[in-house]
Each structure stands twice: as C-alpha cells, then as structure tokens.
Design a protein around this ligand. Structure first.
Ligand SMILES: N[C@@H](CCC(=O)N[C@@H](CS)C(=O)NCC(=O)O)C(=O)O
Length: 215
C-alpha cells in the first residue's frame, strides 16, 4: 500500500516526507492549498478534525501530527532504510529527548517567525514586530544550547543522524532561506556544521527539488 501524504508543499508535511524517503517507503502526495482554505473544508476535516497538514493515509489507517507520524514509520520500518531511532533504549531515550526539545522549545519561536515574516502578507494580517523580536531572542537562546550540545556530539542525540535532527529540517530551511536569518545558524560554529551536514542529505535535497515552498 502506497502511503498518501496530504499538503506536501508546507513545512510540517515535509517533515514526514523526508522521513519516508530516509526509510525508503513508497508514498504519493495530495496537494492541499492552505492559502485557499482547503484544509478547513468538510471533506478534509473528516481526515484531520483540527484542520492542519500533514495527514497520512496508509490503506484504511489515518494519522496526523507530523512527529507522531515520523515516530510511527521509524518504528514500523526500524530495519529498513536509515535507522532514525538509535540502537539501544538509551539511544532511543536521547532521540526522544531532543525530538521533544525540537517540538517544545525550537518550534514555537521558529513557527512564530515563519508566520509573521513569511505568511503574514499572504494571510493578510500585519506583522507584529514585537513578537518577531521576542521570537528571535527565544530562538537564539535555544540555538546557544544547541551550540553547546553539538560541540560534544555530532548530532543532537549522539553520533548518528536521527529523527531529532530530521525534525528540524523544514522550518530551519525557511529560516536560512526566505526569512533571511541564516546568520542565526552561521554565527554558531557547531550549529552551522550540523546544519550543513543534515541539510545536504540526499533525502532533504530531494524534498526541496520535488516540492516548492508556498511562499
Ligand atoms: N503539530 C502539527 C502542526 C501542523 C501545522 O501547523 N501545519 C501547518 C502547516 S506547516 C498548517 O496546517 N497550518 C494551517 C492552519 O493552522 O490553519 C504537526 O506537527 O503536524
């Protein structure tokens, strides 16, 4: 059964797609135009009652929440493609640790920056300069902690690339690209080397080549 991924042009679905590519899982994509409100239509809400992308359909099995989806596929196909969960339970614990850091500490400020800087013109609301400043400060503090962590290990959860690193790809790509804030990464030596490494993986390069960004 080919996995169907909804909303491939947006960042959170790209988190899922890069994982499927790393795991060598066949998939197809279904476009959902958020800028036209397609994610709030009754048909879509039957699949994802909160009206956000991604959703995946795998036969008659449906999942949403990008990090739940990547955990599911990394576990289900543990021995296929790249191992993204670690070899021991202790390694797995560290992957979960840093995956949660991404979700709870990294994502909120970078998501706010994305919405304010990239999407506000398209969605028709004014930029909140205070929120932008505050979010950049919060993100900088998180990146300082990453700098320290990455001075001790090559990847966030240890010596191997894992879901914890992968989960950072889509929104950090916005940060260094269209948001014009590459300096936040480049000014931190170890974060910069980590970003160059993870963003040059063939899986991520393929995502960028296949799916254009909506803004
Ligand atoms: N926690 C969710 C967040 C999903 C999310 O916010 N997706 C954005 C696109 S990147 C979206 O659908 N936004 C539309 C909206 O919130 O109305 C996940 O990781 O799947």
């Amino acid at each position: 059964m080919v996995v169907k991924v909804y909303g491939p042009d947006f960042a959170s679905p790209k988190r899922v797609i890069v994982c499927l590519i790393e795991k060598e899982i066949e998939f197809e994509t279904v476009p959902v135009d958020l800028l036209k409100g397609e994610h709030k239509q009754p048909e879509f809400l039957k699949l994802q009652p909160f009206g956000t992308v991604p959703v995946v359909q795998d036969g008659d099995y449906t999942l949403f929440e990008s990090r739940a989806i990547i955990r599911y596929y990394a576990e289900k196909y543990k021995s296929q493609g790249t191992d993204l969960l670690g070899k021991t339970i202790e390694e797995r614990g560290l992957v979960e640790n840093w995956l949660e850091v991404e979700a709870q500490s990294y994502n909120p400020p970078i998501f706010a920056l994305t919405l304010q800087i990239l999407f506000s013109p398209k969605l028709g609301f004014p930029r909140d300069e205070n929120l932008i400043e505050e979010s950049e400060e919060k993100l900088a503090k998180v990146l300082d902690i990453y700098e320290e962590r990455l001075s001790k290990s090559k990847y966030l959860a240890g010596d191997c690339f894992s879901l914890a690193d992968l989960s950072h790809l889509p929104f950090t790509q916005y940060l260094v690209g269209p948001m014009g804030k590459e300096y936040m990464i480049k000014s931190r030596k170890h974060v910069s080397a980590w970003w160059d490494d993870i963003s040059s993986r063939p899986s991520w390069q393929k995502v960028l080549q296949l799916y254009s960004a909506p803004v």
